[in-house]
Design a binder for this molecule. Sequence first.
Ligand code: PEP
Ligand code: MG
Length: 585
Amino acid sequence: MGQIELRGIPAAPGITIGKVHLLDSEELVVKKKRIPQSQLKKEAVRFEDALNKTRREIVEIKDKISVEMGREHGEIFSAHLLVLEDKVLIEEVKARLKKEKVVVEYIFLDVLKKYINAFSKIDDEYLKDRISDINDVGKRILRNLIGATHKILSDVGGEKVVVVAYDLSPSDTASMYKKDVIGIATDIGGRTSHTAIMAKSLEIPAVVGLETITKRANNGDMIVVDGNHGVIIINPTKQTLLKYKSDQKRFRRFDEGLVYLKDLPCQTLDGRRVELVANIELPEEVPSVLFHGAEGIGLYRTEFFYMNRRDLPTEEEHFQGYKKVAQDMAPRHTIVRTLDLGGDKFLSELEVPREMNPFLGWRAIRFCLARPDIFKTQLKAILRASAFGKLKIMYPMISGLNELRQANVILEEVKKELRASKISFDEDIAVGAMIEVPSAALTSDILAKEVDFFSIGTNDLIQYSLAVDRVNEKIAYLYEPAHPAVLRLVKTIIDNGHKEGIWVGMCGEMAGDPNLTLILLGLGLDEFSTPSIMLPEIKHIVRSVKMADAKLIAQEALMLPTGREVEAYARKKLLELVSETREGV
Ligand code: PEP
Ligand code: MG
């Protein structure tokens, strides 16, 4: 078969060459787990709920298809509904549940397999056709039983592979940690979707938004992933392979060439010092953070505590995690961001209803203020861990002063409780707000009076200010970090923060974009928080220029009328002033 080249969105840097592992989006992991007699009733109810939920889903699809494609197409789903009415199948699951006392998904899967097996042995075309219906409905029921976030990558078999998937949930990507995954390519997603963010954290080259990769690639195909330029090549010719192998070497040399920077300060030629810190999603990333010379952690995303599980994490689990990171990072600091559920980070366990506009909905601090029980558990754990290292607290998605004040009231309550129980914590713990909603950016003069620091969350700030869904590959061309509107908001936030005497950092992906480093530096940003792998390159740029030049570049950039022009100008200046860049290699 000939070589196929696809262009997508560069999500995590690096070049990798390997074999395709197509991740079946239906790949479900079901484990046999015993349950006590007392839980049998609950388990049966869970099964009923999954059946009902599946029925609702199918009716919805049937109606939609009937309207869009005609009644006869919709009727296909009537057969699916019939599977749900199959008394023999359902009664067998219920009977075995009582007898065997193991989780219902395990029994259901077993019964389902037997069913499919029996049908496939009967020599009847009609019944054979029913197998795919049973399979489809069965998987749907299973997914509803397990919860979507439990769809994780199973073992890839000890071979180094490039995972090709329609999409990856944050927990899918998290489960790749230390597995043999050397590259990622997905049909959907944008530059700041969580697949992209996780891939960068895990240092796995990735390209997202390829639209048709799952249809074009087959298991075992040779594939090149160029995460620097957002290109994928399936079945490369010998010549292409040679080119990418040599590019791979050059980029490796470029990265290795920056290792010497590790312990040098992040400071311009004329002495402006900025703080260079890392973003992490998992405590296991700390060694990489230190290896790359971070001065601290500027964003510790804590959502992963809540994933791949059916219950909520306990205060002790939170505490142990934060304590470990605090101790491993000491004397450096760590900014713990409180739970940012919602948007593209769903946790099915919390039964948060699906929403029409999840990014504008019940997420992050809004959710935490509505569920102070969950919020307090996390705050208590962070405070307790603050006795073991330097921790700071940061609230996500603050949209105005009321939310900030409400969060602080809850924080004070938790502090009071700890004092009453004589549990020690850092009484001077710093509290900051992420500025990622335009209303917060525009009122940052007000907010700055009541926090210790700001961290600009550009991933969201860009999507909200430009009205561009950050995970939608179809409109990715409109997602422009260098858009004049974004630059103006960033400038406003930095200036307002400085007027009130607080420092202003940035932890969105924009902070790790080498093309924009000079502008951000010139605008006066005090802290850059980026995925570990980007740290050396950003430091190299900062150390190659004078602050006076960066200021002029920022001023010039602010006068340009479009994002494209800003980007082109920034790249030109970067190549002019900085001896070696990833682009220039
Ligand atoms: C951001 O929005 O820029 C950010 C850092 O938060 P997240 O990507 O987790 O939404
Ligand atoms: Mg955000």
